[in-house]
Design a protein around this ligand. Structure first.
Ligand code: SF4
Length: 405
């Protein structure tokens, strides 16, 4: 029997597990080591936050769920009995019968058949695996206690349980030369992957990596070397059947990440756990990051409405346009012109058309009747292209207020 609330658009949920075996020196995520004693308390607070969410929006009770993404931190460390409890709760509050994708971020090492079996049995159908680079010494220097042998073993066993596998790699890590990088890429391509994510190293302020680079004790590869490795990798992925569908993401056609696509298409999503972000089409909120406060705030099950926002902002019309351009251009399909005009009629104006035509003539953009998208050259200068295009949309936005996205 269809659920009485099945008319609600299916929801996307993000669940944050902040604990890690160690804190990697390049990481600025909401993640912490040596806090595993808090696992049960944190799990209970998470469950209470989810209950409170449904209490605050009674129409979401029984709503269909499109995707769930368990991120972190290292959510593959979520204790299995607690993970089962979490999914029992989700099934009691929402309709997961047609959920398309449930992803778990995994750091390889220490997994038993019990892990793989439990993940599969609770409904997880996609593993997003942190590989980064296959070199023990380089990872050890970055405080990441991950061994190549563990990663290889992981990819031997995982496909027996869950076939939709993604490998995340970081390009530009200190100490990675062409030989090391090519070995990483060729090894990953020997696995039965459906998806890869390829991220450029970002040096975040106040990380040990940042201080090491600043002090000159850590040297990062030259930009030209990294860009050459990137170009080679994109080509190798294409040869191996992994098509680029977003600047950092590649997939066997049909295995693009549904959840992440939702972010790039600016669909609503709801996040739970410390630091987790939510977006409802109008407001973007992010939970506070403090663990002890969160544990206290959601310490008891309650039907009472509680939030834990550290920030909340109502997106302006200009912000929405900018996001539409930024997130659309990151995707291979590009920005849909009809959608753009719906959001902002100035996308039909002469100034916008002139900027678009100039960027096409200069080789940064490709344009069709329906879409604009970045060329490979444009991908390298994505931010600049977005700035120029949005400059073509300056003017009177009063007519843009009617069509709301
Ligand atoms: S495992 Fe991931 S989340 Fe945890 S510290 Fe390392 S990079 Fe950050």
């Amino acid at each position: 029997m269809p659920h009485p609330f099945s008319r609600i658009a299916p929801l996307m949920l993000y669940i944050h597990w902040p604990f890690c075996a160690a804190k990697c020196h390049y990481c600025d995520f909401v993640a912490m080591q040596d806090h595993h004693n808090f696992a049960r308390q944190y799990h209970e607070a998470l469950c209470n936050e989810i209950r409170s969410f449904v209490a605050s929006r009674p129409h979401t009770f029984g709503a269909p769920i499109k995707t769930i993404f368990l991120g972190g931190g290292t959510p593959s460390l979520y204790p299995l009995p607690l993970l089962k409890e979490l999914f029992s709760l989700l099934r009691s509050l929402f309709d997961l019968s047609n959920t398309e994708e449930i992803s778990l971020e995994v750091n390889p090492g220490g997994q038993t058949d019990d892990h793989f079996g439990t993940w599969r049995d609770v409904g997880i159908n996609r593993l997003s695996v942190g590989v980064q680079v296959l070199d023990d010494a380089i990872l050890a220097k970055l405080n990441r206690p991950q061994k190549k042998a563990e990663v290889l073993e992981f990819f031997e066993r995982a496909p027996h349980f869950i076939s939709n596998l993604s490998a995340d790699c970081i390009i530009g890590l200190p100490g990675v030369d062409d030989v090391c990088w090519r070995d990483t890429v060729e090894t990953t391509l020997s696995w039965p992957l459906k998806h890869t994510s390829l991220y450029f190293l970002t040096i975040h302020e106040n990380t040990p990596l940042y201080h090491g680079v600043k002090a000159g004790t850590i040297t990062i590869p030259r930009d030209e070397q990294v860009l050459a490795q990137y170009a080679w990798t994109v080509q190798r992925y294409a040869q191996a059947g992994l098509a680029q569908y977003e600047i950092s993401n590649f997939a066997v056609p049909g295995f693009e990440s549904i959840h992440n696509r939702g972010y790039w298409d600016r669909t609503s999503y709801y996040g739970f756990g410390i630091g987790a972000a939510s977006y409802d089409g109008t407001y973007r909120c992010a939970n506070k990051k403090k663990l002890t406060g969160y544990l206290q705030h959601f310490s008891t099950p309650t039907a009472e409405v509680k939030t834990w926002y550290g920030s909340i902002e109502k997106l302006t019309h200009e912000q929405k346009i900018l996001e539409e351009l930024m997130l659309g251009l990151r995707q291979r399909t590009g920005v849909g012109l009809h959608r753009m005009v719906y959001l902002c009629p100035l996308a039909q104006s002469q100034p916008f058309g002139e900027v678009r035509d100039r960027l096409v003539a200069e080789g940064y953009l490709e344009a069709s009747e329906t879409h604009i998208r970045l060329t490979p050259k444009g991908q390298i200068f994505e931010n600049e292209v977005v700035v120029q295009l949005s400059g073509g949309l300056e003017g009177d936005h009063s007519n843009c207020e009617r069509p709301k996205d």
